[in-house]
Design a binder for this molecule. Structure first.
Ligand SMILES: C[S@@+](CC[C@H](N)C(=O)[O-])C[C@H]1O[C@@H](n2cnc3c(N)ncnc32)[C@H](O)[C@@H]1O
Length: 293
């Protein structure tokens, strides 16, 4: 016998119960997934609580809930994640951009905007390099916010580069973003940059979370930073002195337990730079900011 049709309100209540076992926010997750399954905004669910789902809609919603119940993060289910007030396409080949990474973007934008000369006779261009672009959230946001920014980026994942390129087209910044398959930095054709930014993998190998932890759904290549979490940053810092313009800005995200060691490595690489460790929204030491001499 076919299942009895259910209303939006009934479906949400059942979905919330199903997701409560594995999610810290089951009601919100149930709403987001139902809105996605129906192709509606979340507000619509509130005003249409008595509407009935078709059998196809119910089946689609059930499949989405099953994925979420397995621990899969919502952005991998819906294919989109919010970052700095924009939507970025994501898939299982890229890290889901994090709110704390917005600090790097904010710093880079403020620094570049501070360099804009309103009396310049021609449009100023600023060079930006990002190592490990992933979805392109950092690179594309900087390009979208600073119209004179020209951004080069690298990633070791060909699949991630496709996502970054797709996002650069969606945000109409592809003419100023150029992404390459490379191990941290491109060996040939390096430029000198006003800003170098990186959110490279920084979890020590032994600490990388496993499923059903949501982080365990993200690509290992985006998480594993080697034995002490800093292997990729060592590689970047070896190249930075030749790549960063005098007076330029280097920004690198890490984790509270490793960020001070990263600052020490930065002092060795750029002994004349003004180097600080800065905190994230939660007050946790999160990133290194180095202003070259
Ligand atoms: C932590 S994720 C950050 C992604 C993105 N920048 C963000 O903030 O959302 C790190 C990225 O570095 C890339 N990566 C890992 N090893 C790399 C390497 N040796 N060279 C360049 N990129 C690398 C991963 O594929 C992943 O996309």
């Amino acid at each position: 016998m076919p299942a009895k049709p259910q209303t939006v309100t009934e479906t949400l209540a059942l979905g919330t119960v199903q997701l409560a076992k594995g999610s810290p926010s089951p009601r919100t997750d149930a709403q987001v997934l139902l809105a996605f399954a129906l192709g509606r905004e979340r507000d619509w669910l509130v005003t249409h609580g008595d509407s009935f789902l078709s059998a196809g809609q119910a089946a689609r919603y059930a499949a989405l809930c099953e994925k979420r119940a397995s621990g899969m993060p919502i952005p991998y289910i819906t294919g989109f994640a919010g970052f700095y007030n924009r939507e970025f396409a994501v898939n299982e080949h890229v890290l889901i951009p994090r709110p704390e990474t917005e600090h790097l973007v904010e710093e880079a934008i403020a620094f570049l905007q501070g360099k804009i000369d309103p009396h310049a006779p021609v449009k100023q261009l600023f060079t930006v390099f990002e190592a490990g672009v992933g979805s392109g959230a950092i690179a594309c946001t900087i390009a979208a916010e600073v119209s004179g920014a020209v951004v080069d980026g690298t990633d070791m994942s060909a699949a991630a580069l496709k996502v970054a390129e797709y996002n650069s087209r969606r945000l109409n910044v592809n003419a100023r973003c150029s992404f390459a398959h490379a191990d941290v930095v491109k060996e040939n054709g390096r430029r000198v940059y006003d800003v170098i930014v990186a959110n490279l993998p920084y979890i020590p190998t032994g600490d990388v979370p496993q499923r059903p932890d949501p982080v365990g759904f993200e690509p290992l290549l985006a998480l594993d930073g080697g034995p002490d979490g800093l292997s990729l940053y060592r590689k970047l810092l070896a190249a930075v002195p030749a790549m960063l313009r005098g007076g330029g800005l280097l920004l690198m995200e890490a984790a509270p337990p490793t960020v001070h060691a990263l600052a020490e490595l930065t002092r060795l690489a750029l002994p004349q730079a003004a180097i600080e460790v800065r905190a994230d929204y939660a007050g946790l030491d999160r990133y290194v900011r180095a202003r070259a001499a």
